[in-house]
Design a protein around this ligand. Sequence first.
Ligand code: NAD
Ligand code: MG
Length: 394
Amino acid sequence: MNKKNIAILGATGSVGTQALDVVRAHPDAFHITVLTAGSNADLLIQQALEFKPESVVISDEQQYQRVKQGLSGSSIEILVGGEALIEVVQRPKVDIVLTALVGFAGLRPTVAAIKAGKDIALANKETLVVAGEWIMALAHEHHVNILPVDSEHSAIFQCLAGEADNSIERIYLTASGGPFRGKDKSFLASVTKKEALKHPNWIMGQKITIDSASLMNKGLEVIEAKWLFSLTVEQIKVVVHPQSIIHSLVQFQDGSLKAQMGLPDMKLPIQYALSYPSRLPNAFVRFDFMDYPQLNFEQPDMETFANLALAYKALAVGGNMPCTLNAANEIAVAAFLNDEVGFMEMSDIIGETMAHIPFIERPTLNDYMHVDEEARKIASKLVTKKKKVYQIEK
Ligand code: NAD
Ligand code: MG
């Protein structure tokens, strides 16, 4: 295998640091060309000194001097600001871009990378939620692979290896159910962010951890799966599986089911996306059947966890609706993490924002940018309104 040159967007986060663990273990397979971070200058400096990329990008302009100082004496190029992400992914010495940054911010760098013909190892699911149809068409046009990093989608992707096109009857995305599985609305009304941030099986960034607790993460994954695997909404089912051992399943048209299994460890799907189509050996802890005498399955409770129902609805409506859902969710999650609204208000904010944004059937990239901005404004106003009530009730 030729060494792959990798650009990691969001290198200092949960996925980014685990990707660097994978790269560290396989110096003959991978070279890091670009590392980027939002604002964590110290960790970016440390990573750059270890992996010696050609370039680093720090998005937060206030951290630029710090990074410059930290890397003085090295030949590493230091870029700053959001626009630099768009430029740096297009460099000739980049084979694959790992999009491990959070939220809508992932969209434009991903578009730039695809247009430059770079393969995408996609962790940033929000990109496909916002503009999945558009992105997949662009990738097709530029002969670019979109390789899923999300564990469920990596599982489906692995199950599909060697299968004929159009042989899928349906897929099952597994969901752990998060920390509030089995709880009712009155319980959820008073949960704290500390409780919501305690995921039973995975340690992840804050935004996705809240999304997992509210089941929005599974909703975003349903939308992500539709575009990655060209499915209809009806073909995508969610099943709650608290142990997170089965990472997802495909049911084929002859009724046969294939599952991809293993201990929950994001390094595996990250490594598969980076090494695809090869598999690389590793020393990750192996699954032992005797530790799991039972695997359980339940129906998701979409009545209590309304976010999952909202995501299915946004997907069924189509057009700009998933973009609106995503923007409103980003605002709602930030407000919950800021103690401005309660857990249950997040769904209200998202549902109300969806009801307010005019429908566009076939949005352009500009439309997506505009809808995202408008939806954020509406959702922010709703936060302000709900904040007062929330503070009084608290
Ligand atoms: P994280 O918060 O731990 O890390 C995010 C990284 O992106 C950091 O390096 C941060 O500096 C950078 N960043 C954040 N906002 C940015 C912005 N506006 N501009 C530039 N850089 C920015 O997040 P994470 O948990 O690693 O998740 C990253 C993405 O991967 C998300 O889309 C998430 O849904 C997806 N994902 C994560 C996991 C996981 O296990 N963490 C699993 C599946 C999918
Ligand atoms: Mg996932």
